[in-house]
Design a protein around this ligand. Structure first.
Ligand code: HEC
Ligand code: HEC
Ligand code: HEC
Ligand code: HEC
Ligand code: HEC
Length: 349
């Protein structure tokens, strides 16, 4: 199986040399007006979004310190220390009425920023411009908060005090860095993959995503991934013959492998609930709910670990591209911990 993977990679590598030249030619410098127009189409410029209007009707209408870094240009500039006060924290509530504007990313601090602290407490260093993306697209909880919540508790006993730490938003940043950021709940005695390096020139957030439009630069992906010329078609990308999810299908994309692991994990959580005393049936509907659709309450430590790993991928439609193998490792280990049938599945090395 490994041989066939290497074969595929080899073919891609041969192709890579020719296509990199093509990619370089197609990256013409955009004018400032073009950049402004691209940004104008993006979620960062969407002044109607809940992300930017949520605080408009508060009294007074301002964004609290704990939310302002990611939800306002003023808040992010304050976080960077451009307000003259301490860098690395927001010192005062931010005015409402901004989105993520040019001045958030283009200033003397953001331009040379090379590190970012993750919700796990780990400081990632040696970053380029993605350091800014990583500050806001990091989620708000990691595997470390799960460990803290369950410390010393028996694995299978319901605890009314337990609830999953709130990841809040798509944690694409920590996922891309794998175990270097400890975004997922990582089981003891298991090794996990680190940063997904993908391929030179397409390693960082701004290399795959246009930094202004935020869309994936699909016309560049298809230079190496045949047929990947629309956002939908990206989900068909795969580069190995390893059948991670054990469903016998090695033509589906990496996205399909992740999706099956997600489905299997949710089923395994349901089976665990059915056989464990005091644990209600569990479903996922944007958040975890019981059979009557009410927010889920009967958590055990074992269920909480699995739920955290499930949610990391559920919140991230790009997890297969950010670090598909790390995501599959987390799911595999959660399935094993729930004593689900993992026969035929292959844990990425
Ligand atoms: C670490 C950065 C970060 C922090 C801190 C943060 N958010 Fe967010 N939030 C985001 C991002 C990014 C999104 C966009 C959705 C996504 O990426 O998944 C978002 C989405 C939202 C949305 C729109 C989606 C929805 O659920 O309606 C609201 C409202 C929101 N956040 C409220 C808050 C509040 C309230 C706080 C403070 C208690 C907060 N956020 C703190 C990053 C953050
Ligand atoms: C979320 C962060 C972010 C925001 C907001 C942002 N930029 Fe950028 N900008 C970047 C990054 C990152 C690059 C480097 C792009 C790359 O390496 O592909 C960049 C590059 C540029 C460049 C250099 C030319 C180029 O294509 O590389 C210009 C000019 C520019 N931005 C102008 C703007 C203007 C004007 C706005 C507001 C309308 C804006 N930017 C908003 C992050 C941002
Ligand atoms: C200061 C915080 C901040 C920074 C820096 C930032 N973002 Fe965002 N980003 C947000 C928020 C908030 C949203 C949600 C906006 C909305 O709801 O319209 C968002 C939305 C997005 C989305 C769309 C997500 C969706 O659910 O539709 C993408 C993709 C994205 N950002 C990528 C990036 C990239 C790439 C960078 C770095 C070049 C970056 N962001 C830098 C805060 C930030
Ligand atoms: C290897 C290429 C690649 C890299 C590197 C990458 N992404 Fe993505 N990202 C994707 C793909 C593919 C998707 C899924 C696009 C889709 O389905 O709309 C995605 C989706 C996203 C989304 C959700 C967009 C939405 O519409 O909901 C966010 C947010 C995001 N990425 C942020 C980031 C951030 C932040 C980084 C850097 C830490 C990053 N990405 C690095 C390829 C990449
Ligand atoms: C220069 C050639 C090249 C370009 C351009 C390229 N890729 Fe890749 N991609 C590769 C190679 C090589 C691999 C295998 C790397 C590995 O996982 O070891 C890969 C792997 C992937 C995977 C994981 C597949 C799997 O089976 O694990 C995804 C998803 C992906 N690329 C998405 C993208 C997206 C999205 C873009 C455009 C933003 C892109 N790629 C651009 C060469 C490229």
């Amino acid at each position: 199986m490994l041989n066939s993977k290497h074969h595929v990679i080899f073919t891609i590598t041969a192709f890579l040399l020719t296509s990199l030249a093509l990619v370089a030619c197609s990256t013409a410098q955009a004018s400032e007006e073009e950049i402004e127009a691209l940004w104008g189409t993006s979620a960062h410029a969407d002044s109607e979004s809940r992300s930017f209007t949520r605080w408009d009707d508060e009294e007074p209408p301002e964004i609290p310190e704990r939310c302002a870094k990611c939800h306002s240009t003023h808040g992010y500039r304050d976080f960077l220390g451009l307000d003259g006060a301490t860098p690395g924290q927001v010192d005062q509530p931010a005015q409402v009425g901004t989105t993520i504007e040019c001045e958030a990313c283009h200033n003397e601090v953001a331009g040379t920023k090379s590190s970012a602290i993750m919700p796990s407490g780990i400081n990632l260093t040696g970053l380029t411009q993605e350091a800014n993306c990583m500050e806001c697209h990091q989620g708000r909880a990691s595997g470390v908060q799960v460990s803290e919540a369950i410390a010393g508790l028996p694995a299978d006993k319901v605890d009314a005090e337990l609830s999953p730490p709130n990841i809040h938003n798509n944690p694409a940043g920590p996922t891309q860095f794998g175990t270097e950021a400890h975004g997922g709940f990582e089981y003891e005695g298991r090794e996990y993959l680190g940063r997904y390096m993908h391929v030179i020139q397409f390693e960082t957030c701004q290399e795959c995503h246009d930094a202004h439009a935020l869309q994936i630069k699909v016309e560049q992906c298809s230079a190496c991934h045949k047929g990947a010329n629309s956002v939908q078609a990206l989900a068909n990308i795969r580069t190995s013959n390893i059948d991670y999810d054990g469903d016998g299908d090695i033509t589906e994309g990496m996205a399909g492998e992740v999706e099956t692991m997600q489905d299997r994990l949710l089923l395994a959580m349901g089976a665990y609930a059915a056989r464990t005393e005091g644990v209600d049936d569990i479903e996922y509907d944007g958040g975890f709910v019981d059979a009557s659709g009410e927010p889920y309450t009967t958590w055990t430590p074992r269920l909480l670990k699995a739920a955290h790993n499930y949610r990391i991928a559920a919140l991230d439609p790009g997890s297969y591209a950010h670090n598909g193998q790390y995501i599959i490792q987390l799911h595999y280990d959660s399935l094993a911990d729930l004593e689900a049938n993992i026969f035929g599945m292959i844990r990425p090395e």
